[in-house]
Design a protein around this ligand. Sequence first.
Ligand SMILES: [Zn+2]
Length: 445
Amino acid sequence: MKNIFVILIFSLTLSQCIGIKAKKTSTTVNQSSKNIEVVADIKNPNLIIGIVVDQMRYDYLIKFQKHYGNGGFKRLMKGGYNLDNVHYNYIPTYTAVGHASIYTGTTPVNHGIISNNWYDKYEKKSIYCVDDDRYKTIGALQGGSKSPYRMLTTTITDQLKLSQNLNGKTIGISIKDRSAILPAGHTANSAYWFEGGDIGKFISSSFYMNELPKWVQDFNNQGKANIYLNMTWNTYYPIESYIETLPDNNNYEGLFNGKNTPTFPYNLAELRKVNNNFDLLKAVAFGNSFTTDFAEATIIGENLGKSEFTDFLAVSYSSPDYVGHQFGIDAKEIQDTYIRLDKDLERFLIFLDKQIGENNYLIFLTADHAAVQVPAYSNSLKIPSGYFNNLGFKKFVNQITLDYFKSDQLVENISNYQVFLNKSKIKELNLLTRRHYIYNYQAAY
Ligand SMILES: [Zn+2]
């Protein structure tokens, strides 16, 4: 399994991150030959910031390091803990699964978020991880009938709420709905995500509220999304200095509508006309700057980090994932996205120092999953590579069941590398052995 990483910074220890307290003074007593610390005069962080960078590979920290400044990724790595021997122990490594696993601290078999979309064997249909039609959109006409109800366990944000007798605020924000909703947990004060298309606003669900707070409305009315989409995306530093990635024009990158080559510069004002308007902002580096703007607005608007309780802001940067899917991991566009994200992080940390105080907040940064080389690029290097053929696999499985059991209807659904059996058909054809009956009987209890 691929490596993931977690960075934590500032004066609080790892044990404090996973649960508890900053220590000012302590004494040690010896009991049953174990040292047990008696903690006194404890101080909690005023604000916890959880950052997930969507599709960030661990090696981006190293590969692009000479282009990073001292105030972003490097500040986090030098000032805190860098946990680089961390592994995924589940598949598939998709966005919803990653965010749920990070924040619940457990795996899909327990938290229930087994993919972004999956086949629900009880409802007999494909569902989306955060869809919930019991709720309506807040702040627009569509895109907000959502909740975290399909996540079956608590998150660290829920546990923080419970530990403080429901005091303190917990909020999730992201361009992607699932990346805001799942980290914020079941007891969240709110979660906000960006609705693209012709809407171009941060919205929410009636699961959390009946109307957008004034500060969110104000943010939407400022028109920042339009400001970014009136800019031209060029490389932050001269493109000749980006020697860690493939030539800008290569055969392994996707094209925006309206472009003949996958190359800088990107005139966003023109491209938005043929790339579903505000959706374009999600798929360029400025989506991270826009998310940072909203994170700062959230902290000010909700007065986070200013009460006697600990608040938690979960921020997920979605744009690196869109850029990665469009251009691949070896693209100049990905390199520039991370160089610019480094600048956004520096700005955000300086903001936090000023707004919350340098030693008053705890921050971690990690990724929900990574990505591999574009298969066609690997193949060009004679490295065996390709895509899993879902349809071909289903035909293959159906042919096997036809050969052995005289039916090609024994498999109900194949998705996310999971096979769902058609149990009623299996029963109807009397294919269950006595051993299976016993197993099912025991499993029921
Ligand atoms: Zn993701």
